[in-house]
Design a protein around this ligand. Sequence first.
Ligand SMILES: [Zn+2]
Length: 178
Amino acid sequence: MSFGQKFALERTYMRQAFDLVRSWLPESFVDEAVFAPWADRLGQGEGRFPEALALLPSPERWPILEPACTVHFDSDPRDIFLGAITRKAYAFRQLEKLRDTAEHLPMFRVGWIGGSGSTTYHACRHDIVLPIAGPYLDQLLIEKVWACNCSTMAMSNPMLAARGLKVAKPLPQTVPTS
Ligand SMILES: [Zn+2]
């Protein structure tokens, strides 16, 4: 695969993520022009997006960005927005990979990071295991959450048995942060 093909593929995940997270805000609040400078930087493997940030509404114009599973008090809402679309772009790619390996690794485990900086919003996700076949990956993908560092890992049935993990039924409901 050439770099160009890889870049084009990545761009599709960025597009999905941008459209999804942008839809959590009032219509036209985030200008379409923000997409290109954000995607260009991310495509180069960078995690800071000064050109995209400059095109976003000034901080005092933003609504409160909730829910979140990591605390972001006093953060610039523009950083929270750019962080959210970046995480979703990586999630769209990672969850497609989970489907690609599902024959050998049919389950996925959700890890809740916890510790300082975490809210209780995703605490119910700690160590839950769900089948990759089914609606749960899609639910996780489109879930509205502004700041989240929870992880998702593919697992085989022997790996689950070795760790004493059991398959959950539905994706647990999240709990209010306040
Ligand atoms: Zn989370």
